[in-house]
Write a protein that binds this ligand. Structure first.
Ligand SMILES: Nc1ncnc2c1ncn2[C@@H]1O[C@H](COP(=O)(O)OP(=O)(O)OP(=O)(O)O)[C@@H](O)[C@H]1O
Ligand SMILES: [Mg+2]
Length: 313
């Protein structure tokens, strides 16, 4: 692979007995938007916090920008920006003063600091609200300000931990467009989310994470391709199963079929023609269809396929 800017090998993090990150390995290319997609508790925040040098790992190796996280975290810090899942802002201070506070942490002073703050506020569309106390901001505006804070020192790599949770649709779009602009400028972005449509829209590659492990890693298209043409669940009476299964399996657009949780699970090469074939077959055999669900392939159905669970509970 050309130019990995982040390399993670067999990363492990434990909280007592609980293994939050379990031998996770991946690499991120320069200029890529890399998604970590998984449900609550998957280990996304733990992984991203370790990469952002905020949490020590218990095992494995991380190289960022050519530096080893275990020995050279101080060289990595200036390269990265981090937007935490929990907002880190001072509610009584103005937007400007919040940014000034963060800018000083990054060693910015005087006119350079002022310029960076003004640019950052412009970038997230909050210039007009610069003097207002952050407690008067909407959730989306706070999130945008948090993103501005992470960009003050012009990092090469940006970590965003669920940046659209609790955000109004307008701010959400603004955040998407902003991330796309940063990518166009060459920034490398690591993005965690449990919204599959965000991962599909934004990410060049996505790692699907659950229970501390990466279950699959590919482009959104590649992951969706795992499912072929989609899955159809057909509810039919238990007595009809044995009679129907062999015929279902030999339908032209059916790849495989099994009986699962009271329903027929049919993996297809193309969902729509397979659906017609299934309905025709059931009619011909006088088997009533009790329920019907078609999962056209998307990242949600890939996740369901890999884990047996839905992304959102
Ligand atoms: N400080 C902590 N102490 C103990 N256990 C923790 C701590 N932080 C996280 N965990 C556990 O580690 C696992 C991974 O948590 P993590 O926050 O990384 O998940 P996540 O994918 O970010 O989830 P979410 O979508 O809810 O933010 C969970 O089982 C969680 O309960
Ligand atoms: Mg999290």
């Amino acid at each position: 692979m050309p130019n990995p800017v982040i390399e993670v090998e067999k990363l492990v993090k434990k909280y007592g007995e609980r293994v939050a990150v379990n031998e996770v390995s991946f690499s991120v290319q320069e200029g890529e938007i890399f998604g970590l997609l998984g449900p609550n508790g998957a280990g996304k925040t733990t992984t991203i916090s370790i990469l952002a040098t905020l949490l020590p790992p218990d095992g494995g190796k991380v190289i960022i920008g050519g530096y080893d996280l275990a020995r050279e975290a101080n060289k990595i810090k200036p390269l990265i920006g981090f937007v935490p899942q929990e907002l880190a802002l001072y509610p009584t201070l103005s937007a400007w003063d919040n940014l000034a506070f963060f800018g000083r942490i990054y060693g910015l002073r005087g006119n350079a600091l002022k310029e960076r703050i003004a640019t950052a506020l412009d970038m997230v569309g909050l210039r007009e609200r610069a003097g207002d106390a952050v407690r008067t901001f909407s959730g989306g505006m706070k999130r945008r300000l948090n993103i501005a804070a992470s960009l003050l020192h012009r990092p090469r790599i940006l970590f965003l931990d669920e940046p659209t949770v609790g955000v109004d649709p307008q701010s959400r779009n603004f955040i998407f467009e902003h991330i796309e602009r940063l990518k166009a400028e060459g920034m490398t972005i690591i993005y965690t989310t449990h919204y599959m449509e965000e991962a599909e829209r934004l990410c060049d590659r996505v790692a699907i994470m659950d229970e501390g492990r990466i279950l699959a890693l590919d482009t959104p298209k590649g992951l969706i391709g795992l499912l072929g043409g989609g899955v159809i669940y057909v509810g039919i009476a238990t007595e009809a199963i044995e009679m129907l299964l062999p015929a279902v399996r030999s339908l032209p657009h059916v790849r495989s079929a099994s009986y699962q949780g009271g329903r027929l699970k049919v993996e297809t090469s193309a969902a729509r023609p397979a659906l017609l074939e299934l309905i025709e077959l059931c009619n011909a055999r006088d088997v009533p269809i009790l329920s019907l669900e078609v999962l056209e392939p998307n990242l949600e159905s890939v996740f369901l396929h890999l884990t047996g669970k839905r992304l959102r509970d």
